[in-house]
Structure formats: C-alpha cells, structure tokens
Design a protein around this ligand. Structure first.
Ligand SMILES: Nc1nc2c(ncn2[C@@H]2O[C@H](COP(=O)(O)OP(=O)(O)OP(=O)(O)O)[C@@H](O)[C@H]2O)c(=O)[nH]1
Ligand SMILES: [K+]
Ligand SMILES: [Mg+2]
Length: 393
C-alpha cells in the first residue's frame, strides 16, 4: 500500500496497491509495475497525468502489452488470437475454446509438426550438398519422406472438421429473410429482447443488414435482419436486397418468414439453402398462410411461438457447433496456412521430383507453419491481429 503523490506539488492523489513484477516471467516478458488505484475517472486521470509527465513514460497503444509479450516469446500468434477471443467470448463454449487456444493449443501442435518437417528437410538438404550425379533417394531420405507422408495425412485429417471451430468462434449465423413487412425486424427485436431494428408499417423499411449476437440456450447465435425481398426500382432498396441475398447465401441457417395472406407485400421466393426454417409470422392475427405452410409460427407481438423457435435454433446450433470447443482450427487464417502447408507437403511427395524441388516445397510448408504461429511475421498479419485488441491489453 502506498500513497501516490504528485512529485511537483506534493499533493496526495490516491492510496493505492503498487505491485512490481520482475521479468522475464511476466505477461510482456519485461519488468512491470501495476498501480491498483481507486476506480473513479478523476483519480485515474490524475495518476496518468503525473505518470505520463515522467520522461520515457507514455500510454500503451491498443494491444501493445500483448504485442510485447509476443515479441518476447511469451506467447505465439495463435495464442494471441485466443486471448482476443477470450476477451470477447460470450458463451461457455466460446470461452472453453478460447482458453485452449490462448494456452497454446494449435501453436503447440503446429510447432510439433514444424519440428518433424525440419528434421526431414535437413535430411533432404544434406543429400543435396553431397549429391552424386543421380537423383535416386537413399534410405535416409526415403524414411524422411515417409514421415512427410504421415505428416500430410495428419494435416488432412485435422482439416476435415466441418469447420466447427470457426463456427463456434463466430457463432451460428442465422439470416432472417422474407418479403417486406413480413415482420423480420420485429422478430429480430423480439429474439434480442431489445429495440435493435426500426419497425414501421412501411414496406422496405430495412435496407442495411443488421447483426445481433445472442446467447440462445447456451449457443452463440448471430442473427441477421435483412431488407425485404421484392421487385423494386429504388437503387437504395436494390442494394439492400443484394446484400440480403448475399448474406443469406453464406449464413448457416436461413429463416424464411411467411407473412399471413394479405399482410406481406410480393411473395418473392428465396433461392435454395441447405438449412431453411419457414416461419409463419403475426400468429396473433389468427392468420391464413395460404399455400405456404410454414414449419412453425410466431408472433412478435404476443411472443407466442418464440420459445419453440429458440429451441429449434438451439437444436441446429448443437448440431453444427458441437465439438467446436475441442477443434484445432478456430480461424480461417489457421485453415488457410494449414491447407497451404498440406498442399506443399503433397507437392514435395510427388514422384520423380528433383531433390532441390522437394526441399523447396518442404521449405514452403515450413513457412506456412511459421506464419500460423507468428514465427515468420509479415507486418500486415501482425497488424491485423493486434489491431483487434483494446487499449490496456
Ligand atoms: N399483429 C402483428 N403485427 C406485426 C407482427 N410483427 C410485425 N408486425 C407489424 O408488421 C409491420 C412490419 O413489421 P416489420 O418488422 O417492420 O417488418 P419487416 O419484415 O422488417 O419489413 P421491412 O424491413 O420493410 O422489409 C409493422 O407494422 C409491425 O408492427 C406480429 O407478430 N403481429
Ligand atoms: K416494414
Ligand atoms: Mg425490417
């Protein structure tokens, strides 16, 4: 416990806990001092004002602490991403997944793969240095390439995971589509339990795609409200409809809203999607849906049918996300690098390849592994990863 004073005026600023940590066993790998002061904004401002007056002291940039930890070898790049995911985790499953990655799960696996690759590469390269005129591989090289084949198989197996890790991380994307005035925005508001989207009686109210992240019975779900689908000449609405179709096509699940006969405008059919749930709206009006028999019906006004819809979404989420906690690959960036590595390994294994070419493919696979863990660190990758952090982390 210390009394913090302004060194120039001697004025007391706060009573605080001051803790010093000696590097390198700290989050950044450097020596650290923490000031645990009282949380009032004026106290924090006063302490920061005095501290930043001292020569050599300034405020950290967003993600700078983590970046220093990374640069000092305290954590690999995939662990940094895991940390970012941990900070933004909204459900238990996402938290568990992020804890594993922040603890170096994929980084450890990839490092083990890279170590094996480097061993094989060393053998292939030593053959290069002492090459006689023929390119016939000797026993050592044959064994090394046997291990590369096993490695390629392991990579291939790890990549056949239904993208569960990525899905769990970002949440099951559920797009709400349907004709104007079907009640899409009203349903979004009812499920989110807050007034997110503008609702009016005017068809064509929604233009931009609105996103809301929800925890529905323990599963992360990203709900998308979209512009009503109809024929129109209005360029703004046309752009909204283009975005609606686009996002719905890439969503995991599409809720096609069916308004009661006479309620929605223009019954435009929605293109095929493997996971469609047809939801009849405005169930409080005792509606007739004509020939468009929906799978279930809801009312945003009386909230009738909301619970069965939530159960249905939970069921779809369980089906598509379960296992995501244990997934090795949790980001598209990981997948891209592992696929690249796998491609290079198979290329290295092709028949009749000169040893130089074999070695070059193996080196490229190693570079892909290195980019994943951040050992090989193009500035733009680092910038993209660290820019997602908040100040002070
Ligand atoms: N009775 C009743 N009216 C509803 C219900 N849901 C929506 N409405 C009304 O239907 C009209 C259109 O609702 P919105 O939620 O704006 O419909 P939308 O599909 O988002 O419409 P656009 O954004 O224009 O495509 C509004 O007047 C709502 O009050 C419902 O469950 N019951
Ligand atoms: K509307
Ligand atoms: Mg709307």
């Amino acid at each position: 416990m210390r009394t913090l004073c302004d060194p120039e005026t001697g004025e007391t600023l706060d009573q605080a806990l001051v803790a010093g940590f000696a590097g390198p066993d700290t989050v950044t790998g450097e020596d650290l001092v923490e000031f645990h002061c009282h949380g009032g904004p004026a106290v924090v401002r006063a302490v920061l004002r005095v501290l930043t007056r001292a020569p050599g002291l300034r405020l950290a940039e967003a993600g700078e602490f983590t970046r220093r930890g990374f640069e000092n070898g305290r954590l690999d790049l995939a662990a940094v991403e895991g940390l970012a995911d941990l900070i933004s985790a909204e459900t238990e499953g996402q938290r568990r997944q992020a804890v594993r990655q922040a603890g170096g799960f994929i980084g450890g696996q990839v490092e083990a793969w890279r170590a094996r690759l480097i061993q094989a590469l060393a053998i292939v390269e030593s053959g290069l240095d002492f090459a006689d005129e023929d390119d016939v591989p000797d026993d050592g090289e044959a064994a090394a390439m046997g291990d590369i084949a096993a490695l390629a198989d392991e990579l291939a197996a790890a990549l056949v995971d239904g993208e569960r890790g990525e899905r769990l991380r970002r949440g099951l994307e559920v797009a709400i589509v349907g004709p104007p005035n079907a009640g899409k925005s009203s349903l979004l508001n009812a499920l989110a339990r807050r007034d997110v989207a503008i609702v009016t009686a005017t068809p064509g109210t929604t233009r931009d795609v609105l996103e809301v992240d929800l925890d529905l019975s323990g599963y992360p779900i990203r709900l998308l409200d979209t512009a009503g689908l109809r024929r129109t000449e209005d360029p703004i609405e046309l752009e909204g409809i283009r975005r609606a179709r686009d996002r719905a096509a890439s969503a995991d699940v599409v809720l096609v809203l069916v308004p009661p006969v006479g309620e929605g405008v223009s019954r435009e059919t929605f293109p095929d999607h493997p996971n469609v749930v047809r939801v009849g709206t405005k169930a409080d009006l005792d509606p007739d849906y004509g020939r468009d028999a929906p799978d279930l019906t809801v009312s945003a006004v009386s909230e009738r049918g909301l619970d069965p819809l939530i159960s249905r979404l939970g069921w779809l989420a369980a089906d598509q996300l379960s296992g995501g906690e244990d997934a090795l690959v949790t980001r598209e960036r990981h997948r891209t690098e592992l696929m690249e590595a796998e491609r290079e390994l198979w290329a290295a294994l092709s028949d009749g390849l000169p040893a130089e070419a074999r070695a070059e493919h193996l080196r490229r696979a190693g570079v892909a592994f290195g980019r994943l863990t951040g050992r090989i660190d193009p500035e733009e990758v680092l910038g993209a990863v660290f820019s997602t952090f908040c100040i002070g982390k």
